[in-house]
Ligand binder design. Sequence first.
Ligand code: BTN
Length: 259
Amino acid sequence: MGRSAGGWRLVCLDRVGSTNDVVRRAGELGLTARLAVFAELQTAGRGRAGRSWQSPAGLGLTGSTLWQPPVSGERAGTLAQVAGIAAVRALGAVGVGARLKWPNDVLIGEAKCGGILIEIAFEGDRVAVAVVGIGLNVLQRADDLPSTPYPATSIQLATGRTVDRNLLAAELLTALAEGYERWLVDPLKDFDAWRAALSTLGRRVTVQGRAGIARDVEPSGALVIERADGSVLRLLSGDVAVAAPGLGGSGSRPRRLRP
Ligand code: BTN
């Protein structure tokens, strides 16, 4: 185990079930925070909402980090913003322009090239262990990607560039560490940057069968959707289906709603 970018203790493994499980177990055993575990292959990689996350050995970046913030569970909800903007910044640092689909799918153009799974264990209303897992498709060709109900891509496919996974991992760990330090001091420090990185805003969306225009996000991370009848929905979680660009109509520019 050695020190890595951002002061993480870094472990790289060949094959695990899920790096989120390895890291959570380490936390439960009382191992120090700031642990980062990457694996070449996950045999039981998880995505959000009970989905699986598949990435052939050696082609993606799959890793998890252990955080033990001394905060309430309510505040921990905004860790998703830290992780999402860190992924966008890390990709930017290696020359890849990425954005986010709410809450924190990583997109290149309209296609998903990565995702984030945050799992939190509580002690009372305090956070005991927070596991932030990130999967990025890096070198996959079209045949290497699993079939998904949404458009998926890799950095290689979307940009034609062969990005060094070690370099990307280092940028990611640095961005996560810097974002985490800022977040500890001020949980809203990166809110505007996260909001600006969301390609979802201003678009026509459907979430949990309900359609509308994604107008904004709130500091809690909630997505604010304006429905055709003028009513407003605030969602803290869910899967967003976004209409193709241009279908948002004349009212599709992001704008803030009155509280
Ligand atoms: C999603 O888009 O649904 C989230 C995908 C998260 C995948 C990563 S890969 C590393 C970590 N370990 C897991 O089992 N899942 C996360």
